[in-house]
Design a protein around this ligand. Structure first.
Ligand code: SF4
Ligand code: SF4
Length: 134
């Protein structure tokens, strides 16, 4: 499942009006919980890239998040294609408990780089390193 919320860009007055459209500035999608060295290595690879975060939410679900704004987000923080915005955008609004502006952080644990993730694994005694590198 992909999480990409959207703000109510046309309402005459709403809490979205003075928000910076933060729900339109990233995409996030679920990840299977990593269980193998290959899985851990993939997450290290994700985290070597700029503007990528991997996190575990409050329910224990793993996500990858890309901090990249939607092309249709205008300088005034309104949606250029509001009438034909994706359904996932329509299903998200500022009454939704997922609204980033009012909800506390969705993160239970957040990794912004591979070192943070390696420390997390090492602290839990997880053997994540391959024996031999080619
Ligand atoms: S983060 Fe919340 S308040 Fe801000 S634009 Fe999105 S839905 Fe509206
Ligand atoms: S399509 Fe519109 S509402 Fe959806 S993320 Fe882009 S700017 Fe936001």
């Amino acid at each position: 499942m992909t999480q990409t919320p959207s703000h109510d860009a046309t309402s005459s007055k709403s809490d979205c009006d003075d928000c910076d459209g933060r729900c339109c500035r990233y995409i996030a999608t679920e990840l299977d919980r990593p269980r193998s060295k290959r899985d851990y290595d993939h997450i290290r690879w994700f985290l070597l890239h700029q503007n990528v975060t991997v996190y575990i939410d409050r329910s224990g679900q793993w996500f990858i998040e890309f901090q990249t704004p939607c092309r249709e987000l205008q300088p005034d923080n309104r949606c250029r294609i509001y009438d034909r915005r994706p359904r996932i955008c329509r299903e998200h609004n500022n009454d939704d408990e997922r609204c980033e502006r009012f909800d506390a952080s969705p993160y239970r644990i957040c990794f912004n780089n591979e070192q943070q993730f390696e420390r997390y694994l090492t602290k839990r005694g997880i053997d994540w390193q391959f024996k031999a590198l080619r």
